[in-house]
Design a protein around this ligand. Sequence first.
Ligand SMILES: *Cc1c(COP(=O)(O)O)cnc(C)c1O
Length: 223
Amino acid sequence: MEKAETPLQKVQANIVKACKIAHREPSEVTLIAVSKTHPAEAIEPLLREGQRHFGENRVQEAQGKWPALREAHPSVQLHLIGQLQSNKAEDAVALFDVIHSLDRPSLVKALAKAMDKLGKRVPCFVQVDVGEEDQKGGCPVAELPALLEQAQGADIPVAGLMCIPPFDIEPAPFFAFLDKLARDHGLDGRSMGMSGDYETAIRLGATHVRVGTALFGERGKPA
Ligand SMILES: *Cc1c(COP(=O)(O)O)cnc(C)c1O
């Protein structure tokens, strides 16, 4: 009898299928396992299966669980996918390998200062507010060119663009829009797609998909 597929194998197979439809190579897509709220015991099985890219949305939570996990798995790449306060910029630069939530001039300044201080350049995605929803963060589309220029001027490596489309609407047009914005600005990275829509995002050019629930199950409600 064949062994049951693990959630990771299932997501990886879906990524391969979506790539095939889009005439893309699976190696062009990085799967980020979003482990926010999940304890180390839930993360370890994925590490044993070979998953190496993980996403967290809170600096403090990541500081609590990742140093030990990383000691055992030094090739882990940690992605910060949540909104970042400027006063946490230095902690974020110290811990994370990629930041997906650069979205405002004050954060460019704080991150550049932290990178200079720590002697470490962390690639950043600029988060774009594609749905014009203030609460999710993200740079307004009209302010993107100036923000990109400022980031490049501050010697922050810009990996690409990131978006979180509105929850209740078909996401494809937002993914297509982010893809176009990235192309217009000559950027390679497109961080888009979550558990419910990563296959759609891949068909529309995602290079980084951020998948939590499909790998770890539902997150517990905050107490
Ligand atoms: C939580 C989160 C995800 C993962 O969401 P799922 O629906 O659980 O896959 C992706 N991106 C961001 C920015 C998140 O905060």
